[in-house]
Every structure is written in structure tokens, then in C-alpha cells.
Design a protein around this ligand. Structure first.
Ligand SMILES: Nc1ncnc2c1ncn2[C@@H]1O[C@H](COP(=O)(O)OP(=O)(O)OP(=O)(O)O)[C@@H](O)[C@H]1O
Ligand SMILES: [Mg+2]
Length: 246
């Protein structure tokens, strides 16, 4: 479905992504894991059209999309839920959802009594009229996800959806991602919550300093001694970067 070949991303003179190749097949959850500053967001942004690749190819369903503007990429069916969520605090929950859906026809979450919303996001369904600023961190992440779904993605790009959430809320976000996968949604997931992510993903790539240093099925990665010693060490627990407090 998505093929990234020898992607390079630079900011001025600084090269953040050095020749990354990766692939997401229909129905898969593929994850990119790696430390802060590795270039994970830069890869997602190059796919979604937020940054233009310096070099390399991005193919979606066989068509080149590298360098297309973000709105054209969304129109193809690739939707990114950005790091930090970026919801509109002064708008109501309902309005945040409508912002994403304005270009398109009704989606499952928008039907009159919103059964889809109620089923997938029960915490939001009762708060539609309240201000988004009043949501908890976990609820705000759910809203960002719901808003992404309103745009009817065929490929959803998720940038650290569990960032800053309590373990319990993070678990709920991962459970939701699992449910979306069971409904057939294809996802490229960036995460630092390595153990939970690999428990969920089909395949993964480890990114370090802009390069892929390890790749494989989630179960291969979970048993790879380099990944275990670098990211899943005894003292590190489930967190990739214990120094960051995540
Ligand atoms: N807009 C920008 N301008 C200049 N440099 C940038 C910009 N965005 C990212 N960078 C740099 O590119 C490198 C990769 O950043 P990126 O945000 O892709 O990493 P990341 O893996 O997503 O990190 P994190 O886990 O902290 O989100 C970093 O050195 C970062 O400082
Ligand atoms: Mg990032």
C-alpha cells in the first residue's frame, strides 16, 4: 500500500533522514520505533506532505506521492494524527470532529446518533458539546484519533499516540488501535512505548540517527538481542528512553 524508497529529509543543512526504505502492506500495523530526534516524525511528515522529501520515492498504491501538498495526500486517503494532538481547545469536541470532515460525506462517526463514535470513543460521545480544552490528556488523544478517522483514511499515520498518557490511558489507546486494525484499517505507528507497540504491530523498523538499523516482524524484533539490550533493558522497563521520563 505504502512504499518509501531511499527517503532523505533535510532541514536547511541538517539531514534528519538518511536513505530510509520501508513498506506498509494493506491491513498491517507497521511501527517505527527509535529515540528522540531519530527522524520518526520527519518520515511521517514526508509521507503526509508536511515536508517535501529531499530525495527518494514515496509510493501510495503504486502512485508517486512524494512532494505532493498535504491536502492532496489526504485526498488520496492518507491521514496523519500528529504528535501533540493539535486539537482546537476553544472549539467543542463536536466542532473538532466537523473540522476534519468538512470536505467529505458522512462517515461512520457522523451518522445521526453517532453509533460509531459511541462504540469506539465512549468517553467522547457524552462530551460532544463541551470545549475540547476540558478534555483529559487521554480524551484529547482519543479526539485526535476520532478526528483523523473523520477524514476517512485508508492509511492512518499515528505519531506517538501514547505520549504523555498514564499507563491506563495508553493501554486504552492501544486497545483502540487494535480495534481499528480489526476493522481493516492500515496504520503506520510511531511510538517509543516499545513493548506495547510490538505487542500490537505486525512488523517494525528501528530508526536511529535517521537510519533504519533493524527491521522485522514484531515477534522477531521482540526477541532480537540488540533491541532487547538497547531498548528493553531490565532497568528501562517498557520505556524506550527512561531519561525523558516517558
Ligand atoms: N522543522 C525542523 N527544522 C529543523 N530541524 C528539524 C525540524 N524538525 C525536525 N528537525 C530535526 O530533525 C531531526 C529529526 O527530528 P524528528 O522530529 O523527525 O525526530 P523524532 O524521531 O520524531 O523525535 P521525537 O521522538 O523527539 O519526536 C532532529 O535532529 C530534529 O531536531
Ligand atoms: Mg517525533
Amino acid at each position: 500500500m505504502l512504499e518509501v524508497r531511499r527517503l532523505h529529509v533535510s532541514y536547511g543543512g541538517l539531514r534528519a533522514v538518511h536513505g530510509v526504505s520501508l513498506e506498509v502492506r494493506t491491513g498491517e500495523i507497521v511501527c517505527i520505533i527509535g529515540p528522540n530526534g531519530a527522524g520518526k516524525t520527519s518520515i511521517l511528515n514526508a509521507v503526509s506532505g508536511i515536508v517535501a522529501p529531499e530525495a527518494g520515492d514515496v509510493l501510495f498504491e503504486g502512485q508517486p506521492i512524494g512532494g505532493l501538498p498535504a491536502h492532496a495526500v489526504v485526498a488520496r486517503g492518507i491521514v496523519q494524527v500528529p504528535e501533540g494532538r493539535l486539537i482546537f481547545g476553544t472549539l467543542s469536541v463536536e466542532e473538532n470532529l466537523r473540522v476534519a470532515a468538512h470536505r467529505r460525506g458522512p462517515f461512520v462517526l457522523r451518522r445521526r446518533d453517532r453509533p460509531g463514535l459511541r462504540r469506539l470513543f465512549p468517553a467522547l460521545a457524552d462530551k460532544l458539546d463541551g470545549p475540547a480544552a476540558g478534555l483529559s490528556g487521554g480524551e484529547a488523544q482519543m479526539l485526535a484519533l476520532a478526528r483523523g478517522l473523520e477524514a476517512e483514511p485508508r492509511l492512518l499515520l499515528l505519531d506517538e499516540p501514547s505520549l504523555g498518557l498514564s499507563p491506563k490511558m495508553a493501554e486504552e489507546v492501544f486497545a483502540l488501535i487494535r480495534r481499528l486494525r480489526d476493522q481493516g484499517l492500515t496504520m503506520l505507528l510511531v511510538e517509543q512505548n516499545v513493548r506495547q507497540t510490538l505487542a500490537l504491530a505486525d512488523r517494525g523498523y528501528v530508526l536511529e540517527s535517521g537510519r533504519i538499523t533493524l527491521q522485522g516482524t514484531a515477534s522477531d524484533l521482540l526477541s532480537d538481542h540488540r533491541l532487547v539490550s538497547n531498548y528493553l533493558g531490565v532497568s528501562a522497563g517498557a520505556s524506550l528512553d527512561p531519561a525523558s521520563g516517558r
